[in-house]
Ligand binder design. Structure first.
Ligand SMILES: C=C1C[C@]23C[C@@]1(O)CC[C@H]2[C@@]12CC[C@H](O)[C@@](C)(C(=O)O1)[C@H]2[C@@H]3C(=O)O
Ligand SMILES: O=C(O)CCC(=O)C(=O)O
Ligand SMILES: [Fe+2]
Length: 337
């Protein structure tokens, strides 16, 4: 019997056995933002998958390409330069460690708050001194355009759910105190993986995003997987010209569980590097997160205890990536989904 031992370089990482290779899933809903049926299709996709691909989104390709080029330039800097923007607090440059509770992945990243008032001046100055990415307008232009598109998606979602006013969700992201963040992820290739046939290296472990929605864009390298309602993991075919929208935990609560946050993860590749950029749209810290009254039918109750976004975030930041974070806030407490 041949026993393949794990290369020492991968000692601290999670290698998972994949019995059969997960083939690219062809069933991801694709929604055209300009389709007159978009509002209905958004609701249907969020109910079925908590996830969909958005095309004809209106975000200029020029902004996307410029940010990707700046991100690659940043991640190609010498390690000592990148480390000047870290360690993450949670904002800043991080490598291998995700969060502060022991999660690791084959990843390096930059996590930023989209509200400059929250990022300390000291951090901002360190960033600006150290890399072109913070001096150029690439991050700002991209985030501004993606936010606009996210507002539109949430307004269509409100229309589709027949809730009024139609800005009931988008206003939380539009708010100047919106607690939203932005992340650039780089998953370097891992050539050692080739010797480990049948095993896969975790780039970003499975989790749900805590916020309302996340808007993800990546280069053409695969790796993102989502967990379907029947608990099977499927690979999302990459598409560098489109966006992928995730339902987050806060939206699950606001719809009283009608929409559920999608579990997802990223697997590393042996040959290709993956670069992704994600906008996480969250409400202001003081906002009460509870089901929208029109989504709780007569005679029905909220499935969740009432909490503020600050309370949820504080609790989320004490959890491990894979934890079922909403469990603590359900009226009948559960620890697994
Ligand atoms: C392990 C963790 C990293 C995370 C904070 C947490 O304690 C649990 C949630 C994680 C997550 C997942 C989605 C986003 O990438 C993120 C920025 C977020 O809001 O929640 C990360 C957090 C992080 O990397 O700091
Ligand atoms: O990098 C990706 O494609 C997804 C990463 C992710 O899920 C996250 O940063 O929360
Ligand atoms: Fe995520």
């Amino acid at each position: 019997m041949v026993v393949l031992s794990q290369p020492a370089a991968l000692d601290h990482y999670s290698l998972i056995k994949t019995c059969k290779p997960t083939s690219a899933f062809t069933g991801i809903p694709v929604i055209d933002l300009r389709d007159p049926e978009a509002k209905t299709l958004i609701v249907k996709s969020c109910e079925e998958f908590g996830f969909f691909k958005l095309v004809n989104h209106g975000v200029p390709m020029e902004f996307i390409a410029r940010l990707e080029a700046e991100a690659i330039r940043f991640f190609n800097l010498p390690q000592s330069e990148k480390d000047k923007a870290g360690p993450p607090d949670p904002f800043g440059y991080g490598s291998k460690r995700i969060g502060s509770n022991g999660d690791v992945g084959w990843i390096e990243y930059l996590l930023l708050n989209t509200n400059p008032q929250v990022t300390s001046l000291k951090t901002l100055n360190i960033f600006r001194q150290n890399s072109e990415i913070f001096r150029s307008s690439a991050v700002n232009d991209y985030i501004t355009a993606v936010k606009r598109m996210a507002f539109e998606v949430l307004e269509l979602l409100a229309d589709g759910l027949k809730i009024e006013p139609r800005n009931v969700l988008s206003r939380l992201l539009r708010d100047e105190k919106s607690d939203s963040c932005f992340r650039l992820n780089h998953y370097p290739p891992c050539p050692e993986l080739q010797a480990l046939s049948g095993r896969t290296l975790i780039g970003f472990g499975e989790h749900t995003d805590p916020q309302i929605i996340s808007v993800l864009r990546s280069n053409n390298t695969s790796g993102l997987q989502i967990c379907l309602r029947d608990e099977t993991w499927v690979s999302v075919p990459p598409d560098q010209t489109s966006f992928f929208i995730n339902v987050g935990d806060a939206l699950q609560v606001m719809t009283n569980g009608r929409l559920r946050s999608v579990r997802h993860r990223v697997l590393a590749d042996s040959l290709r590097s993956r670069v992704s950029m994600i906008y996480f749209g969250g409400p202001p810290l003081s906002e009460k997160i509870r089901p929208l009254p029109s989504l709780v039918a007569e005679g029905e109750e909220s499935l969740y205890k009432e909490f503020t976004w600050w309370e949820y975030k504080t609790s989320a930041y004490k959890s491990r990536l894979a934890d079922y974070r909403l469990g603590l806030f359900e009226k009948t407490a559960t620890t697994s989904q």
